[in-house]
Design a binder for this molecule. Structure first.
Ligand code: BT5
Length: 324
């Protein structure tokens, strides 16, 4: 995209409430009236809606659903999250860029987002399928002043935020499978990858990866995950715009994260349990190469998963897979 066009979008964005005259645009962009008009036509082709009123000028009234810094920041009601957005049409993994930017000193709340990832990462070296324009593939840089041992609580908090945002925007009913999966109707719709750089008692930064399947049809998911994965479109029967869902996540994230830093995990634990997948049911736990049946009870106050084994004893689990 040309820089003139970027500047034009920025000027229109910063003047959303009033008209900006053609003359002002010419002067600010150092181009002719005809050039301004041509740029406006190009923007309209891309789905921007601009009103032009004689003697008053131009005003933008709608951004397209294409992901970009501008479309994501249009009308965004956050104070620090998403104020710095780096968007790629295609990238290996937003996590990779997240680490690079965090090491270079990027501010808390910086978002890296891509239309497509070619090497999307899951946990423990697993792959994350990230098809073009069909889902939300993004990483958020965080710099929480908490001890590294509490970082898993940020994963649980994010799961609550994703479940709530998906429910608010799309009205489907998500559930959270401990620790990092969002399920709809028994299949995985979203995953969270929390990667941390820390010293003994201090977190340098966290790159929080969020992947959400939004508009894939069944055939668009790779065959090996068709049985376990789904998308919001598959479960709701409707196509969804990505931008409003991302903005809802940003708004809820900012509020919850600030409350978490001030007050701790207690409120999040309660909300998590309301969305908890198979709570009160028998499942199989796979931990340290052992697999055993247990009943899911809920969360401990620190976020560990509380289960009851068949002999009646309870156990707190910090790292395991839940099978059924
Ligand atoms: C996760 O890992 O669920 C974390 C996913 C995080 C993805 C985001 S996208 C933005 C950011 N940049 C990245 O590179 N990653 C993050 P895990 O719990 O390990 O689940 C991985 C497993 O889920 C795979 O082994 C597959 O079985 C399954 N899977 C892969 N792609 C999927 C998809 N699109 N939808 C549902 N399941 C998927």
């Amino acid at each position: 995209m040309s820089t003139t066009r970027n500047q034009l979008i920025e000027l229109l964005e910063n003047n959303q409430q009033e008209y900006i005259s053609g003359q002002q645009l010419c002067e600010r962009l150092n181009i002719s009236r005809t050039a301004v008009w041509k740029h406006m036509k190009e923007l309209e082709k891309d789905g921007y809606r601009i009103v032009a009123v004689p003697k008053r000028g131009y005003r933008i009234i709608e951004f397209p659903d294409k992901l970009s810094k501008n479309t994501l920041q249009w009308g965004l009601q956050t104070s620090w999250l998403g104020r710095n957005i780096v968007h790629y049409p295609e990238i290996s993994s937003t996590q990779k860029i997240g680490h690079q930017l965090a090491l270079e000193g990027a501010a808390e709340g910086t978002v890296i987002i891509a239309d497509q990832q070619t090497e999307g990462k899951g946990r423990m070296g697993r792959k994350w399928h990230s098809a073009k324009n069909e889902g939300i593939w993004m990483s958020i840089i965080l710099r929480p002043q908490i001890i590294p041992q509490l970082a898993p609580q940020i994963t649980l908090m994010t799961a609550v935020i994703l479940a709530k945002a998906i429910e608010t925007v799309t009205e489907v009913s998500p559930a959270i499978k401990w620790p990092n999966d969002i399920f709809i109707n028994n299949r995985k719709t979203a995953g969270i990858l929390t990667e941390m750089q820390a010293e003994q008692d201090e977190i340098q930064y966290i790159v929080l990866g969020i992947g959400i399947n939004v508009n894939q049809s069944r055939d668009n998911l790779p065959e090996d995950i068709q049985k376990i994965a789904t998308s919001i479109k598959q479960e709701s029967g409707k196509q969804w715009r990505l931008v409003p869902l991302i903005q809802e996540i940003f708004i809820q994230f900012e509020q919850k994260y600030e409350t978490f830093l001030q007050k701790g995990f207690t409120d999040i634990k309660e909300e998590w349990e309301m969305y908890g997948y198979k709570i009160g049911e028998q499942v199989r736990i796979s931990s340290n190469k052992l697999t055993y049946p247990a009943k899911l009870i809920g969360l401990e106050t620190d976020g560990a998963l509380k289960v009851q084994k068949q002999d009646g004893s309870t156990e707190s689990i910090y790292s395991a897979e839940i099978l059924w």
